[in-house]
Design a binder for this molecule. Structure first.
Ligand SMILES: NC(=O)c1ccc[n+]([C@@H]2O[C@H](COP(=O)([O-])OP(=O)(O)OC[C@H]3O[C@@H](n4cnc5c(N)ncnc54)[C@H](OP(=O)(O)O)[C@@H]3O)[C@@H](O)[C@H]2O)c1
Length: 262
């Protein structure tokens, strides 16, 4: 199926690794020219080289810390000077801390909201006029923690719920400005650094080896396997495409059936 992404311009945050790397690669594979944003320059350079080589598309990067206003301004300026326009914004950079509610301090809560909530809000606000001009789309990568809270994921769940609410509000503005806004909720996504970090904390809390904690997590979720970054990227690319123009303000859950409620 041709997604109709040839020649589109896409900016993906947290694009150097994990889910963001898979999304930016998929968009380029489908014909988009891309801007990758994250902090580590060496990872960004490697990702850009791989994308140029495998797709032949233009891939630029911007090193910026999106947990503050300066980083968002830097990313906006990099996009504006490299491409001068944008069709697709994928907000994906997030790094909330999990663990014991009584141990996680204000700093952990602040940094969780600073990057994933305010980072998404600020990037959307900065790029909205250009997205309005191109009748573009915003895809917010959120997480099933928004739907099913857990005591050890209180920060991530709260941030994700806030991003989901914000996304619906933005989708309503998008009806006026002709910009599509949708949310993708991944469940547990293996082969990401975040997965390994969360798994290690989980294993430690339960006094288990990594592999045993992983096995129990799969069993407790009652699913066939964990998601892979490519599972999320495929859905994000579809939602970013003109084929999904009538899909507005929705939440797509990519968790293999782990979420049991509605
Ligand atoms: N993995 C999962 O199981 C899972 C499940 C549900 C939802 N999610 C969500 O999916 C998104 C991506 O997760 P992931 O697993 O792919 O994470 P990851 O493997 O840890 O990658 C995170 C990406 O964000 C960038 N990043 C981190 N802090 C940043 C900052 N302050 N400013 C700019 N960029 C920053 C990282 O690059 P640098 O470190 O170089 O900046 C990297 O490119 C997150 O929002 C996460 O909450 C993940």
């Amino acid at each position: 199926m041709d997604l109709g992404l040839e020649g589109k311009i896409a900016l993906v945050t947290g694009a150097s690794r994990g889910i963001g790397r898979a999304i930016v690669g998929k968009l380029a594979e489908e014909g988009a020219d891309v801007m990758l944003v994250a902090r580590n320059i060496s990872n960004l350079e490697t990702a850009c080289e791989e994308i140029r080589e495998s797709t032949g598309r233009r891939a630029e990067y911007c090193s910026a810390d999106l947990s503050g206003t300066d980083g968002v301004a830097t990313a906006f300026e990099a996009l504006r000077s490299a491409y001068g326009r944008i069709d697709i914004l994928v907000n994906n950079a997030g790094d909330t801390q999990s663990g014991d509610f009584l141990v996680l301090d204000d700093e952990a809560w602040d940094s969780g909201f600073a990057l994933k909530f305010f980072g998404y809000v600020r990037m959307s606000r900065a790029l909205w006029p250009m997205l309005k001009e191109s009748r573009g789309s915003v895809i917010n990568i959120v997480g099933t923690g928004a739907l099913t809270p857990g005591p050890h994921f209180a920060i991530g769940g709260s941030v994700n719920a806030a991003v989901t609410n914000f996304s619906k509000a933005l989708a309503n503005l998008g009806l006026v400005d002709d910009v599509n806004v949708n949310v993708v909720h991944p469940g547990t996504v293996a082969e990401t650094d975040r997965y390994e970090t969360l798994l290690a904390r989980n294993a430690e809390a339960q006094g288990l080896e990594r592999d045993e904690a992983e096995r129990r997590s799969l069993v407790s979720q009652g699913i066939r396997r964990f998601a892979l970054p490519a599972d999320v990227a495929t859905v994000a690319a579809f939602l970013a495409s003109p084929l999904a123009r009538h899909v507005q303000g929705t939440q797509s859950i990519i968790d293999g059936g782990s979420t049991k409620g509605l």
